[in-house]
Design a protein around this ligand. Structure first.
Ligand code: HEC
Length: 194
């Protein structure tokens, strides 16, 4: 009796997700959507755990300091990946912590993510490295992120970008001293005759 009720429930769930899949369209988005659901509802713990640290300007500021020390290499100073050159090249890409998806987690889930990391993605867990207090303050920072771009790029990437610009200027300089215009064809394809 009970078993068949469970079965019916599971069966209707399956139908529902199939229907949702039709709405979503491509198989890719089906998988992405279901995976996201599973991740947000099953894998990530801590849903009902409340932030024991009361909200205050000091807590947000301290959270920002910890964040900017530990997390900026991937998430940028502002939590929006500003100036992080590989953010979109990681698989999955580094999450924008201001996005509605991330803000949709409860405080307890955010703390859980920081503590345990996200499975096989590039998001590391910080258990044993950060204490609870630091993690909860970071949660306050994540809830109160500054506007994207407002803090500029992390220093290490700024230097890289400047070096890169320097190289480009040297290349341009080379072009000015007699080198023909930089070729745009890809290696291996014969240069076209005009
Ligand atoms: C080595 C790069 C890296 C570092 C360092 C890093 N993260 Fe992440 N983070 C990621 C990636 C990649 C994702 C996306 C994971 C995913 O979507 O499954 C992510 C996702 C997240 C998410 C959202 C998870 C989700 O399901 O969307 C939060 C919150 C987060 N990081 C917080 C932090 C905090 C706080 C720190 C510092 C204590 C930190 N991260 C350090 C790479 C990093």
């Amino acid at each position: 009796m009970q078993r068949s009720a469970v079965f019916t429930a599971l069966f209707s769930l399956a139908i529902l997700s199939l229907l949702a899949a039709c709405k979503a369209g491509t198989p890719g988005s089906l998988q992405g959507g279901v995976m996201k659901e599973i991740k947000q509802n099953v894998t990530i713990g801590g849903r009902d755990v409340k932030n024991p640290i009361p909200k205050s300007a000091a807590a947000i500021k301290q959270g920002a300091e910890h964040f900017q020390r530990r997390c900026q290499v991937c998430h940028g100073l502002d939590g929006h990946n500003t100036g992080v050159p590989f953010a979109n090249k990681m698989d999955p890409p580094v999450a924008d912590l201001g996005s509605t998806d991330v803000q949709g987690y409860t405080d307890g889930q955010l703390k859980w993510i920081i503590e345990n990391g996200i499975g096989p993605s590039g998001m590391p867990g910080w258990k044993g490295i950060l204490d609870d207090d630091e993690m909860w303050k970071m949660v306050w920072y994540i809830r109160n992120l500054p506007a994207a771009g407002s803090l500029g790029a992390p220093a290490i990437f700024k230097e890289q970008a400047e070096e890169h610009e320097g190289m480009q200027m040297m290349r341009k300089g080379g072009a000015a001293t007699g080198e023909k215009k930089p070729h745009t064809h890809t290696p291996g394809t014969p240069p076209h005759k005009d």
